[in-house]
Design a protein around this ligand. Structure first.
Ligand SMILES: NC(=O)c1ccc[n+]([C@@H]2O[C@H](COP(=O)([O-])OP(=O)(O)OC[C@H]3O[C@@H](n4cnc5c(N)ncnc54)[C@H](OP(=O)(O)O)[C@@H]3O)[C@@H](O)[C@H]2O)c1
Length: 351
């Protein structure tokens, strides 16, 4: 008899204070249960590392309920069906969705928070791309945000976290629309990547002491469109550069997430001192969530795939190995350890 499959599962044991640590989780080995009818077993191949996971770890008021303490940590990934009692999920098929931080998840619509989506066969792009440039929390988020603020030819667009998964694509979309694009990223190497590999018109190193002067110099005509991924001081200075009628897509505020320690208490939080600029510049800020636009994912993928085929969109991935490294990998998002989409490879695809 074949030995039972073992599932390594990360249980969230307490809500992190600041950057999450290994002690906030317990990595448990459990036997995979027998499948009931209308269930399939999915082996995680790649886990997407997303800043939003730090929000899920907290009980800060978010857009989804917190990941419960005592439950397997919520996470999005790509997996492969390895056993099935479902006609719609044949063995071997590749799926994307809320696999969780674990080796295996049971695909049962009564258990999973979000149904798994079956990926096209044959795949039109390498598998990791479906979590990155063609993925919901990657290129599709960039596409939806840029479609809200609609950069026009000749306008100046500023994108923060420009070397990351969403920012790198957002800036290239704005360039494809004919805008002049200024990125903001941490360190000379990242800035070099943003201007040389991604082709942005300029990049500001927010880790340099003169970063505000750099941003002023890079936006001599002010800022017409902001694509905000970071918040805090960086967003504040962008607010001070806004032109009349400027639009900001508020995609995220990663500089703040590690201050989400409990529902009421957020020490270290940076207020937006210059929010009044929205009034003085008659500007608008539009917060959005990609998951509200699921009906447009197909359109977004088509657009992004076309830009890639036309050599107008380049993308990068930082891929780490091993489920046991999930916590350290997640924290790389906060140290700028990634270029492009950050992924954790958990297992190989079975042919
Ligand atoms: N609204 C939505 O539906 C939606 C969906 C997906 C993602 N998002 C948001 O989009 C943003 C980017 O997410 P992503 O997945 O593409 O991550 P990412 O940009 O690939 O990775 C995060 C990057 O943020 C930068 N960063 C981290 N801490 C920072 C700080 N304190 N100050 C300035 N920069 C900092 C780092 O780059 P450097 O090396 O340059 O420091 C890091 O590489 C996040 O705010 C996320 O919450 C929103």
């Amino acid at each position: 008899m074949a030995s039972p499959l073992v599932n390594r599962r990360y249980y969230l044991r307490r809500r992190p204070q600041g950057l999450c640590t290994g002690s906030d989780f317990e990595l448990v080995r459990e036997e995979v249960p027998e499948l009931r009818s209308a269930q399939a077993l999915v082996r995680t191949l790649y886990l997407s590392l997303d800043p939003t996971m730090r929000i899920w770890m907290s009980d800060h008021r978010g857009y989804m309920p917190p990941s419960p303490v005592g439950a397997v940590m919520r996470g999005v990934g790509i997996g492969q069906v390895v056993k099935s009692r479902r006609d719609d999920l044949p063995v071997g098929s590749l799926v994307a969705g809320a696999t969780g931080w674990q080796d295996y998840c049971v695909a049962d619509d009564d258990i999973l928070e979000l149904p798994l989506a079956v990926l096209p066969d044959p795949l039109p792009a390498p598998l990791p791309a479906f979590l990155g440039v063609l993925g919901v929390t990657g290129g599709i988020t960039a596409y939806i945000g840029m479609d809200i603020v609609k950069p026009q030819p000749g306008e100046t667009v500023v994108v923060s976290a420009a070397a990351g998964s969403v920012g790198s694509v957002a800036g290239q979309i704005a360039q494809a629309k004919g805008a002049r694009v200024v990125g903001i990223a941490g360190g000379p190497q990242k800035c070099h990547h943003v201007t040389t590999d991604l082709g942005f018109d300029a990049c500001v190193d927010y880790k340099a002491s003169d970063w505000r002067t750099q941003l002023d110099a890079a936006t001599p005509n002010g800022v017409d469109v902001g694509f905000e991924n970071v918040g805090g001081e960086i967003m504040d200075h962008v607010l001070m550069r806004l032109n009349v009628g400027a639009r900001i897509a508020l995609c995220g505020m990663i500089s703040q997430y590690n201050h989400y320690n409990s529902a009421d208490d957020a020490p270290g939080w940076t207020p937006q001192y210059h929010i009044v600029q929205l009034m003085t510049r008659r500007a608008s800020i539009h917060g959005y969530l990609v998951i509200d636009h699921a009906d447009r994912y197909g359109e977004a993928i088509e657009y992004l795939a076309r830009l890639i085929a036309e050599d107008r969109l380049t993308y990068h991935e930082t891929i780490l190995n091993g489920l046991e490294n999930a916590v350290e990998a997640h924290n790389m998002l906060y140290a700028g350890g990634n270029t492009g989409k950050l992924l954790l490879k958990v297992a190989e695809v079975a042919e």
